[in-house]
Design a protein around this ligand. Structure first.
Ligand SMILES: [Ca+2]
Ligand SMILES: [Ca+2]
Ligand SMILES: [Ca+2]
Length: 713
């Protein structure tokens, strides 16, 4: 789940490989040095934060739409309190500013708070987190001291081979004094070369170093004697090939996300419930064609969305009884539909009995279950700004055991060793808030009970951040990197970006890693609204149904629902009347979804895993380079997927011969099996002509804004 305001990334970065013991000192160290900020003092006119004698000066230039009564800076340096650092208006510069005394060399996250309640990312921030929070990042630098502009390997990034270290230094007040530079790798000083012109310190690492975490330290001064006492950055070396075993069922599956409250009401109280879903299984499986259901939380909660659990063994009373739940699970089993439980264990609700016991009661045996921050147990760490979501303490073995116990309960509620009353997997909420070492143990414990259980993690971040979550932790993660890649491709026709976002993970993730491909979910805009064009949405769908990974549909998207955040706008009531209208129209969005599912079921190379050593995804280059194209093949059957998001229609496009795998270069014809109108009933055979280095697809017309699939014959 998300809340709209900024919040720090916490333990996600610690124990990167799931094998490092966490202790608070280590954690603090990692939190301190996370992302490097290339400070540019000369361009302070751009209103980026700058060092001043009093600390760090933040600026905000009002936008036309703003009605500013107050504006403040809040962040990890003041526990996100929205009124500590109020800004002052500068009538000359026509901007707001505040000087905040901040420790230098330490990373902080921050946002601006408009009128006490609207949280905005600093539009001039040096850096912004790549996660759901979009927090502005600052590492305050000492006023007047030289600084590090850029470093390689980047902070906290994984590298797969021994790197050449490179650090760019800059001083506004005179040249860097070469003799002052001290570079260290871990605890040993490292010989380096210094390029005066570029300000670059570079160093090769001689001899062997181990896989794992490494620390770079550099200190330096300028010729006027201003010194930077030290800058520290971490990188992770990870060269070994790793393989994980994951449940093959999900390669060919289609996932459907349901907000129970809004989906189907069986008893007329206006609230969706388990009996409602049970009565709609025919719609889900026979009419639409999905076979995995991810249900948003069904435990008792004090909020509508349910992401703060009051009792982990309960069924939300709005959703029905325990018997209704069991009847639902058994109906799913009969149809071979799998059910994923939303597992929300980073925090509980503040009315959870254990929290109530510990609140204002330091003697409580549950004191050490939570993260109280004062001795009276009246203040605590919580999820985001939600004080009603107190964070659990996973260093406590009782907490660890408790959630393994809960998982085992839902896998087999009557504990008779027969899983026909149990869930098929866990969708683990806010997984990066919980330590790697815990997920690692969790995997071992639940897989021992049932190897087929799917462990799906919600980790909203970049691919480098995702890697360790695959290592003996999760089978599957939501593919946020590709989610953003598709967005950049559809909205900006950025072909290079989507290729990079697709190829990077296949090089980085371990063999066997599974991903969910999606255009939306309960925390994101509905695709019709986001792309504002039904053909763009269809191209996006075409991609997620033909790229490696498991496609997911967010309830209502199949009916073309609209909606942009905040979340309540994308979590609307399902519309059963609209289903009937959609079914009646052969060119409806619903029928396009159905055709995509039929397509995927019919042509199995479209869902085959893409893995090192067993490549089944190749990018295909056209002479017309505005086309984005790839090949999906199992070695026998070959499918060429072409997407044209340019404003130009293309006649008889030419494939660059050497972008095709050798075996396929002899192919002479193709038949169109799918386009934006859905499955093609009677494919017409088109002939290829080979000329020099190209294959020309004679008489093929690729329309502007189109998505087509050819079977190569
Ligand atoms: Ca109801
Ligand atoms: Ca409730
Ligand atoms: Ca059982």
């Amino acid at each position: 789940m998300i809340s709209s305001i900024g919040r720090e990334k916490t333990k996600g970065r610690s124990s990167f490989f799931g094998r490092v013991k966490i202790n608070s000192g280590y954690l603090t160290l990692l939190l301190i040095f996370t992302v490097l900020i290339p400070l540019d003092f000369s361009s302070s006119q751009t209103l980026k934060p700058i060092p001043v004698a009093e600390g760090t000066r933040f600026f905000y230039k009002p936008q036309k739409k703003d009605e500013i009564k107050t504006i403040a800076v809040a962040g990890t340096f003041n526990n996100w309190k929205p009124d500590t650092y109020l800004m002052t208006y500068d009538t000359v510069g026509k901007y707001w500013f505040a000087d905040v005394p901040l420790k230098t060399g330490i990373e902080f996250f921050y946002k601006f708070v408009l009128n006490g309640n609207k949280w905005i990312t600093d539009p001039n921030a040096h850096n912004v987190t790549e996660d759901e929070w979009r927090n502005s990042i600052i590492i305050p630098q000492k006023y007047g001291a030289p600084f590090v502009q850029k470093i390689f390997p980047p902070q906290n990034k994984r590298v797969i081979r021994k790197p050449v270290i490179s650090v760019f230094l800059k001083s506004e007040k005179g040249e860097i004094d070469e003799k002052s530079i001290l570079l260290k790798l871990n605890n040993s000083s490292l010989p380096f070369k210094y390029d005066k012109k570029k300000g670059e310190v570079s160093a090769e690492i001689k001899g062997e170093i181990e896989d794992g975490e490494h620390r770079i330290f550099i200190s330096f001064a300028d010729k006027e004697g201003n010194s930077n006492e030290g800058f520290t950055s971490f990188f992770f070396l990870d060269r070994y090939i790793h393989q994980i075993e994951t449940p093959a069922f999900y390669d060919s599956a289609i996932v459907y996300e349901i907000y129970i409250r809004q989906f189907s009401d069986s008893d007329g109280d206006g609230i969706g419930d388990f009996n409602g879903i049970t009565s709609r299984l025919g719609y889900l499986q026979d009419t639409l064609g999905v076979n995995v259901l991810w249900l948003m939380p069904w435990n008792e909660s004090t909020t509508d969305h349910g992401y703060n659990v009051v009792d982990y063994f309960s069924i939300e009373k709005d959703y029905g009884t325990y018997d209704d739940y069991i009847a639902f699970i058994q109906a799913c089993k009969q149809r071979n539909i799998r059910v994923l439980m939303d597992f929300v264990i980073n925090h509980t609700d503040s009315t959870h009995s254990y929290f109530l016991d510990a609140y204002r009661n330091p003697q409580s045996k549950f004191s050490s279950w939570y993260q109280f921050t004062n001795s009276e147990n009246t203040d605590w760490n919580h999820f985001g700004v939600e004080r009603k979501m107190p964070k659990l303490n996973f260093d406590n073995k009782e907490v660890q055991d408790y959630f393994i116990h809960i998982a085992k309960f839902w896998m087999d509620p009557n504990s008779d060793g027969d899983f026909s009353d149990g869930v098929d997997g866990f969708r683990c909420d806010a997984a990066k808030e919980v330590p790697h070492s815990y997920w690692n143990r969790f995997r071992k414990e639940v897989k021992k009970v049932n190897k087929e259980i799917l462990l799906l993690g919600e980790v909203w971040d970049n691919p480098y951040f995702l890697i360790p979550f695959f290592k003996e932790e999760f089978d599957m993660l939501f593919d946020y990197p590709v989610y953003y890649g598709i967005e950049e491709y559809l909205l900006k026709n950025d072909v290079a970006s989507i290729k990079k976002r697709l190829s990077e993970p296949s090089e980085l993730y371990p063999v066997g890693a599974q991903t969910i491909k999606f255009l939306s979910n309960h925390d994101n805009d509905r695709p019709v609204s986001k792309f504002n064009d039904i053909d763009l949405k269809k191209i996006g769908l075409g991609l997620i149904f033909t790229l490696p990974g498991t496609p997911m549909i967010y309830y209502g998207d199949e009916l073309g629902f609209e909606g942009v955040l905040p979340p309540e706008n994308v979590r609307q009531k399902f519309d059963w009347q609209r289903v009937r209208e959609n079914l009646d129209h052969s060119n409806s969005i619903f029928n396009f979804y159905r055709d995509l599912i039929l397509l995927r079921n019919k042509y199995s190379p479209l869902w085959k895993r893409h893995e090192k050593g067993g490549v089944s995804l190749n990018f295909i280059e056209f002479r017309e380079n505005e086309l984005f194209a790839y090949l999906r093949t199992d070695g026998k059957k070959h499918y060429l997927i072409i997407s044209n998001n340019s404003g130009r229609e293309i006649v008889s496009p030419s494939i660059l011969l050497n972008s095709l795998p050798a075996k396929i270069r002899k192919i002479k014809s193709a038949a169109k099996i799918f386009d934006l109108a859905g499955l093609v009933e009677n494919p017409e055979i088109k002939v290829f002509a080979k000329q020099n280095k190209f294959f020309t697809l004679n008489d093929v017309l690729i329309e502007k804004r189109s998505f087509v699939i050819y079977e190569l014959l």
